[in-house]
Design a protein around this ligand. Structure first.
Ligand code: SAH
Length: 375
């Protein structure tokens, strides 16, 4: 069986070189070809000895997930459905802005958590993505976008610069539930021989798996976003069920431990605005007290609808009033701009193609079956 070199971070690749009977520095050369230049064809890697290239051609490959579909929103946000085999597909989203390009990457096929307001959760869960399938999304997007830029004769932001300048682990899945593979992929994002992104420009979002937050702090601290979504345990138990296992007090303590090693001196708290559920002025006041000991910024996310959901987006006035209460209490609170919602690429709208192993999707389909009235 051929090995996929996208599955290896620097250490893994160095070990693989030893197995090939090559010097470890070959790993650095290979990483530069694969990740800096986006090269998949060993024949092009001209500074690598021909005999070794022949071995690679015979036994290795650089294989990113293949594209099944591409959709481009009116605001330029691009969503790709990528094939991860036997009927499973994941979604990756590119969000262009004036001064940066952000790639939103998936970590699992579906999600094993059951946050009722999230479309990915409704799809159920199939499996963790491999390192190659995670970093392959970045490899693939950078190549695709560079080719497109060349085709339309556009000029890069910086000469020779990358199009993807920021990564958010905010696609399908709970990244900290696929810890080892996500960390290896993060290391490649940060590696100067690969993507060379700064820790500040790589953000991982978690629903709050407390022990894994501590492990991430020690293994590979990047910017952290936490899906808080509620001002108290009663509401959070309902909308983010993992809260029953790791309640707010433990979660907030873990945030402060994380900050000891984090590249930024604040945690971003995400707070989805659900009409009548968590968006009242008293919730804002409660939230202001709840997080007062955690250096943070609060990002309010207008809820994005999807078929079969039982929630409604908070009204604009409710969202702005909520933000104002937090601002007046001394917090930096902003409202996340909705991007790509006309192609279902916005937060919480990623569905992909999930061969559900948990039967959750089937259960939800039964729940939302229309009731037929017979006269
Ligand atoms: N599982 C991780 C990564 C998901 S990131 C986490 O929970 O943090 C995506 C963000 O969008 C999370 O904050 C998530 O709670 C939020 N989200 C999910 N569904 C949403 C929806 N329908 N509208 C707006 N935000 C949503």
């Amino acid at each position: 069986m051929s090995v996929n070199l996208l599955n290896y971070d620097a250490d893994g690749l160095a070990e693989l070189m030893i197995q090939y009977g090559e010097k470890p520095f070959r790993a650095k050369q290979l990483m530069k070809w694969i990740h800096q230049r986006g090269e998949a064809d060993f024949a092009q890697m001209t500074d690598i000895a021909k005999t070794f290239r022949e071995k690679l051609v015979a036994g290795a490959q650089v294989a990113a997930p293949a594209m099944l579909a591409e959709q481009i929103a009116t605001d330029g946000t691009t969503k790709w459905l990528l094939d991860v085999n036997v009927g499973n597909g994941i979604e990756t989203v590119f969000i262009p802005e004036d001064d940066r390009g952000t790639l939103c990457i998936s970590s699992q096929v579906g999600c094993a958590l059951d946050c009722g307001f999230c479309s990915t959760a409704k799809q159920g869960f199939n499996r963790n993505l491999s390192v190659g399938e995670i970093i392959g999304q970045l490899w693939w997007a950078e190549n695709r976008l560079t080719a497109e830029q060349a085709r339309i004769g556009d000029v890069p932001l910086e000469p020779g610069g990358r199009i993807v300048t920021n990564v958010v682990m905010m696609g399908m899945g709970e990244p900290l539930a696929n810890f080892e593979n996500v960390v290896a992929a993060l290391r490649l994002m940060l590696d100067d021989n690969a993507y060379g992104l700064s820790r500040r420009r790589v953000t991982l979002s978690t629903s709050g798996i407390v022990p894994a937050m501590d492990r991430l702090r020690d293994a590979c601290p990047v910017s952290l976003a936490v899906s808080l979504h509620a001002p108290n345990d009663a509401i959070r138990d309902e909308i983010v069920p993992i809260n029953k296992k790791y309640p707010l007090k433990e979660l907030l303590a873990a945030c402060n431990r994380y900050l000891e090693k984090a590249p930024r001196d604040f945690i971003t708290f995400e707070y989805v605005m659900l009409a009548g559920v968590n968006d009242q002025p008293e919730h804002a006041r409660q939230l202001a007290v709840l997080v007062r000991d955690v250096p943070c910024k609060i990002n309010l996310i207008p809820w994005n609808p999807f078929p079969g959901a039982d929630y409604n987006r908070s009204g604009r006035d409710a969202i702005l009033a909520f933000r104002d209460i937090l601002n007046e209490a001394g917090y930096v609170a902003t409202v996340r701009k909705t991007r790509g919602d006309d192609i279902d690429a916005a937060c919480g709208q990623l569905a992909g193609q999930v061969k559900d192993k948990t039967r959750r999707a089937a259960r939800h389909a039964m729940e939302t079956k229309p009731i037929i009235f017979r006269p």
